[in-house]
Design a protein around this ligand. Structure first.
Ligand SMILES: NC(=O)c1ccc[n+]([C@@H]2O[C@H](COP(=O)([O-])OP(=O)(O)OC[C@H]3O[C@@H](n4cnc5c(N)ncnc54)[C@H](OP(=O)(O)O)[C@@H]3O)[C@@H](O)[C@H]2O)c1
Length: 228
């Protein structure tokens, strides 16, 4: 039995990742900051739900404690929760964007580490973005070049860097970052772009189901490694 926690899994790519991992036989905890939305999604999927707001230390601690007492370990963590952080370019918006997209990864990962260390094949996947790739945003041939999302890009660059740093400091656990592909979700609704969450979740699932010999410290999309 593989025990999996996905943050921000009440909708979008996280929800579809939950569906696909459940189909592969995982026990999936749908993390959601709103308990009701989480419970509804989990009931639809046949998953378990746990209240988890990645910007709230106590909520993160309680969520991992709940999984610890029910399962005694965690095999797969998917750091998926994220916000776009568009609108005002100011301190409060920057704090909220970084708090969710980067600090949230630290909060959840730190709380999960003791449980992951009890797994035979521990894996962490952080859903980052190619909008956080220096290579992509400085390449005029790439769509990320003209994305007007400075805070999102900067916070995702931090999320990818955290992945690399965790891979180095935690050699017994695989850490990989993923660009899932442009996807039509509530996050991108204002742009009217993207493919289905089902297609993008497959990219996340591939990294969440790596065997013990799989890579660590990489940043990948569906084609393989993405330049930093
Ligand atoms: N869509 C794309 O094209 C695309 C491309 C590259 C990367 N990504 C990344 O993929 C991930 C999923 O995005 P999505 O497109 O599926 O967007 P989405 O449909 O808006 O889903 C985002 C999820 O994150 C949750 N969330 C936001 N803040 C949270 C918090 N403080 N604590 C816990 N959960 C929180 C949301 O919960 P609520 O329902 O409560 O708001 C929701 O469940 C994000 O990290 C995003 O940056 C998306």
């Amino acid at each position: 039995m593989t025990i999996t926690l996905i943050t921000g899994a009440n909708k979008g790519i996280g929800y579809e990742t939950a569906r696909q991992l459940l189909a592969l036989g995982h026990v999936v905890y749908v993390g959601a900051r709103d308990a009701e939305r989480g419970a509804k999604a989990a009931a639809e999927l046949g998953a378990r739900s746990v209240r988890l707001d990645v910007t709230d230390d106590a909520s993160v601690r309680d969520a991992l404690a709940e999984i610890d007492s029910a399962e005694g370990r965690l095999d797969v963590l998917v750091n998926n929760a994220g916000v776009l952080g568009h609108g005002a370019m100011d301190g409060p918006t920057a704090l909220k964007t970084f708090d969710t997209n980067a600090v949230g990864v630290v909060r959840v990962t730190e709380a999960a580490l003791p449980l992951l260390r009890r797994s035979a094949n521990p894996t962490v996947v952080t859903v980052s973005s190619s909008a956080g790739s220096f290579w992509a945003v400085t390449n005029p041939d790439r769509p990320e070049y003209s994305l007007p999302l400075a805070l999102y890009s900067a916070s995702k660059a931090a999320a990818t860097m955290l992945t690399v740093q965790y891979a180095k400091s935690q050699p017994g656990i695989r850490f990989n970052a993923v660009e899932p592909g442009t996807t039509a979700t509530d996050l991108t609704a204002a742009f009217g772009v993207g493919r289905t969450p089902e297609e993008s979740a497959r990219v996340v699932v591939r990294l969440a189901t790596l065997g013990p010999d799989g890579p660590t410290g990489t940043f990948q999309d569906e084609h393989g490694e993405v330049s930093w």
